[in-house]
Ligand binder design. Sequence first.
Ligand SMILES: [Zn+2]
Length: 271
Amino acid sequence: MKKTWIVLTLGTVLLTACSAPSAANGPSASPADPIPSATPVPSPEPPADPTPEPVPEAPAIAYRMKDNYALTPLDPDGNKKMVLLTFDDGPKDKEMIESMLDTLDKHEAKAIFFVNGYRIKQNPELLQLIHDRGQIIGNHSWDHIDLKNESKETIDQQIEDVQKIVAEMVGSAPKFFRPPFGSANDYVKEKVKEEGALFMTWSNGSLDWDASAKNKPEVVIQNVLDQLHPGSNILMHELPWTVEALDTLLDKLEEEGYGFIDPRTIETDSP
Ligand SMILES: [Zn+2]
């Protein structure tokens, strides 16, 4: 709405600006007179203190997801050394969420928090906090069940109910969906698309859920670095050792020359 208004307003201003001189010099202007429009008049300098541009609501689309769920720049010359940070299965715990948000802010990074509906019910204030701190909410189904062998009705409900509750709470429905366990079927993908969201699993699994990483932040970090590739779609979870690993992990990714993709710059089918 806002954009349309600006375009219309700008259009009107331009039309007014263009039509004014020709009207003034139209019928009364002698053919011998110099034609004003033929002499380019230098545009006036912009005012010294221009009104600041309104901050755009979302940055421009710059990345698309590949078939292997890694990300790649739309522009062939765009920055390929970027990763997407994602955290699944929350929101669970205020202390963990706040620590993650602080670390992301410290690194000026954005991430997708793939949330479950039943967790939102338990901790609505944490969903709000993630959104208010400028991070992106993704849909991870209501109950964290394996959707692959569920009925269409169940799949619909598991996806729709999260779209709805998030939209009600933060004003817009998630634009990203990740199935629990990375397990889905064609109907799940179809349904996600219908909801205007982008289906993804991941291309770099931190394995932070595995027993081998329990209480071992260094294992989480090593797992991510071992699988690091341009456009890595990094799967992590809201787990204490991942929270503990995060600052060092982001440091190391930066040392390797990687930046963090703003999820809002990823192309989706959503309007
Ligand atoms: Zn999960």
